[in-house]
Structures are given as C-alpha cells and as structure tokens.
Design a protein around this ligand. Sequence first.
Ligand code: FAD
Length: 388
Amino acid sequence: PIEGDFYDISSRLNAEDRALQLKVRAFMEKEIQPIVNEYWLKAEFPFEIIAKFRELNICGVTYEGYGCPNRSFLMEGIIAMEMARIDASVATFFGVQSGLAMGSIYMLGSEAQKQEWLPGMQQLNIIGAFGLTEPEVGSGTAGGLTTTAKREGDTWVLNGQKKWIGNATFADVIIIWARDLDDNQVKGFLLRKDTPGFSVEKIHDKMALRIVQNGLITLKDCRIAESDRLQNASSFKDTAKVLRMTRAGVAWEAVGCARGAYENALAYTRSRKQFGKPIAAFQLIQGHLVEMLSNLTAMQTMVFRLSEIQDAGNLKDEHASLAKVFCTLRTRDVVSRAREVMGGNGILLEYNVARFVADAEAIYSYEGTKEINSLIVGRAITGFSAFV
Ligand code: FAD
C-alpha cells in the first residue's frame, strides 16, 4: 500500500476497481501534477485536460445507462480522493460536472432530459454547472432563494443572481435553482448558455481553488421552456437529494487533499537534513507526522464506511453531513501540519503543500459550511431544528 493509506483501504477494492484507481492515479500524476502549479497561479483552467479526462471514462461513474459506467459509490469516492490527492481544483471541476450537474439531471430530470444531456456530459462534450448560491444567500438557500421563476404559458421567466458557480464561465448548461413565484417552492431549470438575458462574470483573486472558474451569474428576464424545467424537482427537498450525494464526494475530496499534503510532507522530512540528520528523525517532527496520519486514517475509514452505506442505498443527509464536517475540519489540521514540518518551503508552491493549505479553506466552506452541516446532524440526533 502507498504511504497515505495506512490501513490499506485499497485492499477492499475488487481487482477491477483497484485497476481503475491506479489508472486515475497515474493520470493525475502524469498529466496534472506537472502543470498544476502554473495554472493555479494563473487562475486559469487547463482545457487541454478535458480530452484526456474523456479517455478515463469516469464521468457519472455511479449512474446507470446514458453511457455511464454504473460502478459503486465507493469507486466514485476513491476517484475523488485520487484526484484531490494531486489537485483539489481538478477534483472540484469534476465534482461539479459529474456530481452536481449530471446528478441533478440523473436524479431529478425526466427521461427525455436524461437522454438529451447525460450522454454528452458523460463524454465531457457538454460541460455543466450548478447554480444554487446567491450573492446575498449562501447558507440560507433552503428557504431564502431570491432568484425567481414566473410561469408564463409554456415558458418560465427567471430573474436574479448566482454567485460562486463553478465551471459557469464556460459551461454549456447550468442548473439554476429558483423560487417559483406561484407556489413559493424551489424549482430547477436547465439554462442553456445562449439564453438571452444570461450573463456571467469570472470571480477574480481567489486565494483557494484558483483553477476552478467560479462565476457570478446574472439572469435578466431569461425565458426557459417548461420542457427545460427539471421535471422531478418540486421543492428544495429535491435539491437536497443531490447535495446529500455530492457532500459524500466532498468528504472523499478532503481525504485526498489531506493525503496529498501528508505524503509530500513525509517525503520532505526524510530528505531534508538539519543538525546533521533528516528532520524525520526528530521526535517533534514525528509527532506531527503521526497526528497527520491519525487524522488521515480516521477520515479514510469514515468515508469508506460512508460509501458502504451509500452503496446499500441507506445514505441519509446526516450521514453525508457528518463526514463532510469531520473530514474538511481534519484536513485543515493535516495540511497546516504538513506546511509546518516543511519550514519556509512549506509556503512555496513548488513543494506541493502550499496549494493544499489554501485549497482546504474552500473545501471547508463549500457544499455547506461546518456550521450548516453540523446543524443537519444536530437536527437528526436531537429532533430539534436549530436553523431558524
Ligand atoms: P454565509 O452563508 O454568508 O455564511 C457565513 C458564515 O455564517 C459561515 O461561517 C456560516 O457557517 C455561518 N452561518 C450561516 N448561517 C448559520 C446558522 N444558522 N448558524 C450558525 N452559523 C451560520 N455554490 C453553488 O451553488 N455552486 C457552486 O458551484 C459553488 N462552488 C463554490 C466554489 C467555491 C470555491 C466556494 C468558496 C463556494 C462555492 N459555492 C457554490 C458556494 C458555497 O456553497 C457557499 O459559499 C456556502 O454555502 C456558504 O455560503 P456563504 O459563502 O454565502 O456564507
């Protein structure tokens, strides 16, 4: 087993899944690692990787039909971890495409909508995005969306803004969540990029996940056909079904981020010498390394079990939220220790830990902050909702 998988979780995969894990790892190490710091610094997306991604055939990996591989949620988690182990931005791009955007259509679309979009998205010929958050409404999207949808005959008229939307600057289709002015419920819409009234501005100067192209979307009297409304989404409860699935994926991403930082830091402490010996030989350094490994191993065993629950069809919101909170919180600790044991080089991009330190901050906040996911768990274990 490789160093960051101390309890050899990979040994629980069947031969086919193990082969795919190694294929994704090789891809990330060969194609992404060499270019990632440059693109992160430029805050640009490496479009050339899309064609290479296609060859891996891992998009929509758990879905059945529409050209999707129909593999397990464990496999999906392992893929997210392997990606984030090298770069969390690339893992996020993929999570938006395969999880949030395709997942919304797969779980909430009509048969005709699935046929229209999923095969092209699976092949990454069509890029998707997921627009829920707004400039003034982040954690409170369940009851507070201000983007509105008004039905007029066979079309809907959408108005409002969406902030932070990953892939939005180049997406072909964006799932827009808006409040129906008639019944006050949240509905989902497939917004095509050429829709009049739609515009998007790139969000500049992020200190984390700089490769992810986040957009600020403005919708001004955008007219969307009723046939482009997600036919099986009738309230925020349906949106939450998608988030439940993708939050489990984010927990795995956090594991990957921690693992990448740990493995790089461990290697560094073995080769870096001070006082005539490798710094790995010092007790205080070993203390940090063991703390990192403990957190990493606890996270890995947690997400492994989470995927088993998911594969058995028993995943609840609180299961996904607990893992999202724990893993993103522990990842912050792991990456900061990784940076610490590397001294000054820990803040240089070329040593491949600084980027994880920054990116962990975004993973910590997106797909529901620590507080919001904690409140979801709190509600489940106490029976009291503390949201309002
Ligand atoms: P706020 O909701 O303003 O929260 C600020 C603070 O208040 C947080 O600490 C929060 O936990 C706390 N807080 C709020 N309510 C409570 C409460 N009831 N009790 C206790 N504390 C509370 N969104 C999308 O729709 N699509 C995307 O593709 C997407 N990608 C993203 C990518 C990145 C890099 C980032 C940073 C964000 C992305 N988001 C996306 C948005 C993300 O989901 C939100 O940032 C997140 O939900 C938090 O909302 P907020 O930033 O508005 O914070």
